[in-house]
Ligand binder design. Sequence first.
Ligand SMILES: *Cc1c(COP(=O)(O)O)cnc(C)c1O
Length: 375
Amino acid sequence: MNIKRNILLNPGPSTTTDTVKLSQIVPDICPREKEFGELMRNLRNDLLKIVHADSEKYTSVLFCGSGTLNIDVCLNSLLPKDKKILVINNGAYSTRAVEICEYYGLDHIDLKFPDNEQPDLEIVEQILKNDSDIALVHTTHNETGTGLLNPIREIGRLAHKYNATFTVDTTSTLAMRPIDIEKDNIDFCMASAQKGLTAMTGLSFIIGNKQKIIESKDFPKRSYYCNLYMQYDFFEKTGEMHFTPPVQTAYSAVQAMKEYFAEGEENKWKRHTRVFNAIHKGLDELGFKDYIRRDLQSGLVVSAIYPDDENWNFEKVHDYCYERGFTIYPGKVSNTNTFRLCALGAIDEKDIEDFFEVFTEALKVNNISIPVIYK
Ligand SMILES: *Cc1c(COP(=O)(O)O)cnc(C)c1O
C-alpha cells in the first residue's frame, strides 16, 4: 500500500509512520475478549515506563476521547468537597482548564501570568501559603499555543510543600521531552495517543498516583463518563475500559509504543531537537521573529510573528504549502498574530529543509519580502 506522506507541522495529530497507520488493519475483535484485555494491560504498563513511573505507586487510566478529556477528568475527579483548584495560567491550555472549572462550578483561582513569560513562583507560593483550601494545583507543561515551557518541577515542589495535588497537562510533551514523574513532582500527567506517541486520535490517558485515585473515591461525583476513580476501578476489576474503547486506535498505539521504545527516549528527544533547530534555522534565514524568548521555549513548538508586509496572507501561504504536503498552523495568542511550526511526529530535519524550500516559494509567489519585514 502506498500512502501519501504529509508533513504535519501543526501541534498534533502528527505525522505517523506507515507501520503505525497499517497496524490498525486487524481482524475484527470484540474489545471484551481476553486478547484485547491483554493488549490494554500492556499498553497501560508501557505508559508508566514512558514517564519512569514505579508501578507500585503509579497507574495509568485510559479513556476514549481527545486530550481535553484528561483535563476534564483530572479536575472534576480529584477535587475534594469544599476545596479549591489553583490554575497557574499563562496560555490557551491552562485557560481551557479554567473553563472546565467554570463549567463544573468548581471553586478555583485563575492565577494569570503573561503568555510569553514563565509564572512568578514567589506569587504562586504566596497564594498557596495564604489559602489552605487549595487542594489541587494545575498547569500546562508546554503551552502548545505559543511553545512556552513551564517549570513544572518547581511548581510541583510548591504544590507538595502546601499539601496540594499537582496535575500537569503534559499533552504536548509526553513521549517527546523526557519526563520523570517522581523527580518532576507530578501526581498526575496526561496525553493523547496522537501527540508525542505518534499514534492515532481517539485514545487518551492519565498517568498518576494510585493512592490519590483511591482516596478520590469519596470525592463529589461530578461526571459519569469522565470520572477517574470509576474508570480506574473498572480497569482494576475487569482489565477493561468501562465503555467501548477506540479499538483500532489502541492497535496503532501498541505499534507506536514499539517504535517509541525501539528509538529510545534519548534518541527521540534528540530527533525532536534536531527538527526544532532546523525550524529555527529556516525561520531565522527568512528573518522571522519568535513570539517566545528562545530560552523559554519547550523545544517542540515555534511561534513566529506575522511580518508587517501588506502582502502577508497566512491563508495563502498555508494553502500553497498544504497543496504540496506540508501543514502549518495559526498561533493561539490573543494580542499578536502568530503562526506555529511544531516539531512533533515521525519527521526529521530533512523534512524541515524540504518544507522551507516550499515555504520560501510560497512567500515569493505571494510577493512577500525576503527577509521578512517588521516595523
Ligand atoms: C493538544 C492538547 C490538548 C488536547 O487538545 P484536544 O483538542 O482535545 O486534542 C490539551 N493540552 C495541550 C497542552 C495540548 O497540546
